[in-house]
Ligand binder design. Structure first.
Ligand code: AMP
Length: 406
């Protein structure tokens, strides 16, 4: 699909007859909990505009979501009840009824009692194995509850699950507003970007991002590789990386990515200096070394000041930025400085209208939040797996099933 997010169009909810309709809406309300309460409501807040649009349009809104990984069994640890409480707090004008199951008689009764504009949140879909296996009976049980289906959960759309894929085939289906925002943002940067396009790919390991790197070298003009995975690139170039995180078994894969980059004319950028410590702990004594001088007991934990400057120059020359993965161990101070400096620069360039910046993935969002620049990027997606699969150039089943050919 990377090839064609923007060659497809998606039925949207303003085309649907909402008034009085039973609308099954798939949301991603998989939020962190602490002590039985929602500890970070970002995903709920992002879903609120969709929920309000549906309810204000007179729909009987039946919200579907998963939470955590209960592995097909009912487990109170993963109940969505705290999410219902939080929704009630954030939307006091409209009560949210929580139903302790997602299929079955109790649910049917609750749905048949709904009036236009009512909101019901059903219990965790993953309490049933049929959710992840897209079991036809489970799909039918869900589909029987609604007249139409709205998928507003881009972040789970790389999964052909019952509530993502099965329902879209069973009912008239629409892409929700939040889903449309993500598709528009990704469509622009992946398919019709302003060039030059730079990508920053960081994070811990090369092994988890080989398909991303392989796809991106064919798409972007500059690929900046940082974080632990850059060490494997340095190692493959024959350089000492000491005790740094490194995957020597992937040296040949790195070689293949480098040769492919030569073929496609993609410039791969690695750091030239590094912040090096001998222990991986907060405030560990550290110094800046040229990457050609790393000693056997050294551990590369961040990019150095020369590299920040060099990458900054490249970002200033770019018109589009795709970012996944931190360029250092940003959670452990002071090894977040490189990531934060690049994040602030990208935000500044975006504010000036010089750069379209799209970032995604859990750690990346956490790093941008720490740098205080999330709102200044063009688009920041909390979708980790789905964003990576897009970067890999793969078709997302939950999106493809909604698309209608133009
Ligand atoms: P990923 O989930 O692959 O995006 O990896 C994110 C993790 O990579 C974060 O927890 C970072 O702390 C870690 N990371 C980034 N750079 C380094 C590094 N140089 N050494 C060790 N861990 C790193």
């Amino acid at each position: 699909m990377t090839g064609n997010i923007s060659n497809s169009s998606y039925p949207q909810i303003d085309e649907a007859e909402l008034d009085g309709a039973r609308v099954l809406v798939r949301a991603d309300l998989n939020v962190p909990l602490a002590g039985g309460k929602v500890s970070d409501a970002t995903r709920i807040e992002r879903f609120l505009p969709t929920l309000k649009r549906l309810a204000n349009g007179g729909a009987k809104v039946i919200i579907l979501s998963h939470l955590g990984r209960p592995k097909g069994k009912k487990n109170p640890e993963f109940t969505l009840r705290p999410v219902a409480d939080k929704l009630g707090e954030l939307m006091p004008e409209r009560p949210v009824r929580f139903v302790e199951d997602c299929i079955g008689d109790e649910v049917k009764q609750a749905v048949s009692a709904m009036q236009a504009g009512d909101v019901v949140l059903l219990e965790n879909l993953r309490f049933y194995e049929g959710e992840e296996s897209n079991d036809p009976e489970f799909v039918a049980a869900l589909a029987g509850l609604g007249d139409i289906f709205v998928n507003d959960a881009f972040s789970v759309s790389h999964r052909a699950h019952a509530s993502v894929y099965g329902l879209a085939r069973a009912l008239p289906s629409y892409a929700g507003p939040q889903m449309m925002d993500e598709l528009n943002a990704f469509g622009v940067v992946l398919e019709l970007p302003r060039r030059p396009v730079a990508a920053v790919v960081g994070g811990a390991k090369v092994s988890t991002k080989i398909p991303v790197l392989t796809n991106l070298v064919g798409k972007v003009d500059i690929l900046i590789i940082g974080g632990g995975m850059a060490n494997t690139f340095l190692h493959a170039r024959g350089q000492e990386v000491g005790k740094s995180l490194c995957e020597p078994d992937f040296a040949s894969t790195v070689g293949e990515i480098m040769s492919r980059a030569v073929e496609t004319g993609c410039r791969i950028v690695l750091q030239t200096d590094a912040v090096v410590a001998t222990a991986f702990e907060p405030n560990a004594p550290n110094s800046v070394y040229n990457v050609t001088n790393i000693t056997a007991d050294g551990m590369i934990l961040d990019i150095g000041p020369k590299s920040i400057e060099d990458i900054a120059e490249r970002l200033k020359g770019a018109r589009t930025l795709l970012w996944n993965g931190p360029v250092g161990a940003f959670e452990t101070p002071p090894f977040g400085e490189g990531t934060f400096a690049l994040a602030k620069l990208a935000a500044e360039l975006t504010k000036k209208g010089e750069l379209v910046s799209v970032a995604g993935g859990g750690d990346t969002v956490a790093a941008l939040n720490m740098a205080g620049v999330t709102d200044d990027f063009t688009y920041v997606s909390t979708a980790g797996g789905a964003f990576l699969e897009l970067l890999e150039g793969r078709e997302l089943p939950g999106v493809a099933v909604l698309a209608r050919a133009r």
